[in-house]
Design a protein around this ligand. Structure first.
Ligand code: GTP
Ligand code: MG
Length: 461
């Protein structure tokens, strides 16, 4: 990890120092990225695809207004890295059913027993009652190792009672844990065997006995790009539902392990970052890449570019609607949708050049006003959601009884609905006036829409 962070920090500062980016510079930067990743044991294929995607995206996309080419390049690099690590959405680590049986598998010394305790501790802190079962009868001291960890973190424990039969231990252990009413049973398995074949067969038999809700494969990050080979070997015997990558703290090949495992289609859920039970993290590709690229402010940049791209898309749609003379409530709904998707209003306002916002937002709002605006948008959106398509397209059909129904359906009042309609009428008037004076739409129009909601409210009362 450390090495990769160092290489990337050099690349990033180089990009930051650029005045313009020509093909030659871009090629050099991509080469540096390739070198850094290959050093982290990322496979040639993954490295090649990644840099090709970065190049393509950077060259082919239109850079949103207000973003410099170097910022856009950083954004593209970040985004492609996140994609290759599993995408924007962090894995869910919720326990969907209780009791839930989680079985850990992995080769000798990869960190199963340690990770079993880490996971138990992770869920104990989420107020679950957790039981640990040790089925490893091969490694001397395996029982004692997990028993002590269990005691330390306050988990229940079951292990080798003296008969050395892993299958029976699994059965007895699960029975005991069910009797104790635990929410989560974590079953540790042996990694030490005479041969890989033997290991796999025991894993398979245990799987059939335990019938786990989830099989989690534990992989040592030092295995680098070989991680995929390991994962595929296990997948031949049991379904692998999730992955725990250990020892991310102690190797330069963590990047390779992560990126190779993703290729197998398995979901990385956790990473281990030290020997202690607390050193466990939910694997979050975005956070991981931010840290890797050493950019605290990158998230902000990414949000900004995303917001701008999103905004441009909606602007285009709105522009089309306006040109075709069909600004309806549906147009408004689309705008609101975009804004709500982008997150807290205060943040969006910081990120966007406000005059191009497709909604009437006033600069210099106080926190209270901002809250009120946000609340109103939420309300309006609820109202629009309660309307039928027909109503959205022909707001003129909205009579008192429809308005009452919509208010009820959206948990608002008829007055709220009327306020929204008033706002809509105002926009329509504006558009008509604009059309008459043949001004260019929609930028100028949108600027005019940038009106004070407070005034509207007062007018409506
Ligand atoms: N630095 C570091 N060490 C770890 C991590 N996870 C596990 N270890 C260490 O790796 C070694 C092996 O861990 P175990 O949990 O015993 O591995 P195992 O897979 O249960 O081993 P077998 O039962 O023999 O298959 C121990 O020294 C752990 O402290 C981690 O995230 N970071
Ligand atoms: Mg073990």
């Amino acid at each position: 990890m450390k090495n990769l962070i160092e290489s990337f920090s050099k690349i990033i500062s180089r990009i930051r120092g650029l005045v313009y980016i020509d093909d030659e510079t871009l090629r050099e930067i991509l080469k540096e990225i390739q070198r850094a990743l290959l050093k982290a044991d990322v496979s040639v294929e993954v490295v090649y695809n990644l840099t090709k995607n970065i190049e393509k995206k950077f060259k082919e996309s239109k850079i949103p207004q207000g973003v410099s080419p170097k910022d856009y390049l950083l954004y593209v690099i970040y985004n492609e890295m996140v994609n290759i690590l599993g995408g924007d959405v962090p894995p869910s680590v919720d326990i969907p059913r209780r009791p839930y049986k989680l079985m850990l598998v992995g080769i000798e010394g990869c960190g199963k027993t340690t990770s079993a305790a880490k996971l138990a501790y992770f869920y104990i802190r989420k107020k679950l009652k957790v039981g640990l079962v040790q089925t490893d009868v091969h490694r001397p001291g395996a029982r004692e190792q997990l028993r002590q960890l269990a005691e330390r973190i306050g988990a229940l424990f079951y292990g080798d009672p003296g008969h050395h039969d892993p299958i029976r231990i699994a059965e007895e252990g699960i029975e005991k844990m069910l009797k104790e009413g635990v929410d989560l049973i974590i079953v540790d398995t042996a990694g030490r065997h005479r041969s890989e074949q033997e290991l796999m067969e025991e894993v398979k038999r245990l799987y059939e006995t335990i019938k786990p809700d989830e099989v989690m494969l534990v992989i040592d990050a030092t295995s680098g790009k070989q991680a995929a080979v390991q994962a595929e070997a296990f997948m031949k015997y049991v379904p692998i539902n999730s992955i725990f990558i250990t020892k991310m703290d102690s190797t330069a090949r963590g990047g390779g392990a992560l990126m190779s495992v993703i290729k197998t289609g398995a979901k990385i859920k956790f990473i281990g970052t030290g020997e202690d039970v607390e050193e466990i993290e939910v694997f979050n590709p975005r956070r991981f890449v931010s840290r890797l690229l050493g950019l605290g402010d990158l998230e902000t940049l990414v949000e900004k570019v995303k917001a701008l791209e999103e905004e441009e898309k909606v602007l285009k749609e709105v522009e089309k609607d306006i040109e075709e003379g069909k600004v309806t409530l549906l147009t408004l709904k689309k705008q609101l949708e975009t804004i709500m998707k982008l997150g807290p209003l205060s943040k969006i306002l910081e990120l966007l050049p406000v005059q191009s916002m497709p909604m009437p937002i006033v600069r210099g709002l106080s926190d209270d006003q901002l809250k009120a605006t946000q609340e109103r948008m939420r309300k309006w959106y609820a109202i629009l959601q309660s309307m039928t398509k027909e109503e959205l397209l022909n707001p003129d059909i909205l009579d008192a009884s429809r308005i009452r129904r919509i208010a009820r359906g959206s948990g608002t009042t008829p007055r709220d609905v009327r306020e929204l309609l008033q706002y809509y009428q105002m926009i329509r008037r504006l558009i008509n006036e604009m059309k008459k004076s043949r001004k260019r739409l929609p930028k100028s129009l949108l600027k005019q829409m940038d009106i004070n909601l407070g005034e509207l409210e007062r007018a409506g009362r």
